[in-house]
Design a protein around this ligand. Structure first.
Ligand code: GAR
Length: 216
């Protein structure tokens, strides 16, 4: 069975959504480890409650960024992890982890990539004035939110939206598409061809983009 390692920096609601879906029996995988880069990340408390092994690895305790990712890689490898999930991990992942897990590191970003990459997806979308935003699950490469896209979901942006209201609306979609992307990976249905990720087997057109009009 696929073992999943999680990296998180904060609240961990995406981590929770994926583990809940696993526990419902909808994803054939086992959560093996959660690593947090912040000692007070709420994701750690969630892991504790869920009975999932967890640890805080302090980035400041390593001589270089690469050494930090080497440490994470060896913790993941020691537990036989086959997929690394970035669940609100606010750092750019570096080569040691990516080379050990090629096209096996997934991230969620709260905007429709390639728009509004980086740390301020919601605020940047609002400031630009777009009428539709959303979220993207993608495989991770060395760039900032630049890897091949797996699933996206769209959400409307309303005139009176604030970062808070927009992020709340998008988060609901995140909690649907991230478990779905992990499920497809666990079932061996994701094929990467250059930048394009294809899903093997039948999917209806509605499966590709979650329609905002049926979401609210
Ligand atoms: C999520 O909205 C996720 O899309 C975003 O951080 C939040 C984490 O929430 N990630 C990024 O912005 C990555 N650049 P969570 O800790 O409750 O899952």
């Amino acid at each position: 069975m696929l073992k999943i390692g999680f990296l998180a920096s904060g609240r961990g609601s995406n981590f929770q959504a994926i583990v809940d879906t696993i526990n419902e029996g909808a994803i054939k995988a086992e959560p093996a480890l959660l690593v947090a880069d912040k000692a007070d990340a709420y994701a750690i408390q969630r892991a504790q409650k869920l009975g999932i092994e967890h640890m805080y690895l302090d980035p400041g305790a390593y001589k270089s960024k690469d050494e930090y990712y080497e440490a994470i890689t060896s913790e993941m490898k020691a537990r036989g992890v086959g997929l690394v999930v970035l669940a609100g991990f606010m750092r750019i992942v570096r080569k040691p982890l990516l080379e050990a897990f090629p096209m096996k590191v997934m991230n969620i970003h709260p905007a429709l990539l390639p728009s509004f990459a980086g740390l301020h997806g919601h605020g940047d979308a609002l400031a630009y004035g777009v009428k539709v935003s959303g979220c993207t699950v993608h495989f991770v490469d060395e760039g900032m939110d630049t890897g091949p896209v797996i699933i996206q979901a769209a959400a409307p942006v309303y005139d009176d939206d604030t970062e808070e209201t927009l992020s709340e609306r998008i988060l609901k979609l995140e909690h649907r598409i991230f478990p779905e992307a992990v499920r497809l990976f666990a079932d061996g249905r994701l094929e990467v061809h250059g930048r394009r990720v294809r899903v093997k087997g039948n999917r209806s057109p509605e499966d590709y983009i979650i329609n905002p009009t049926v979401q609210q």
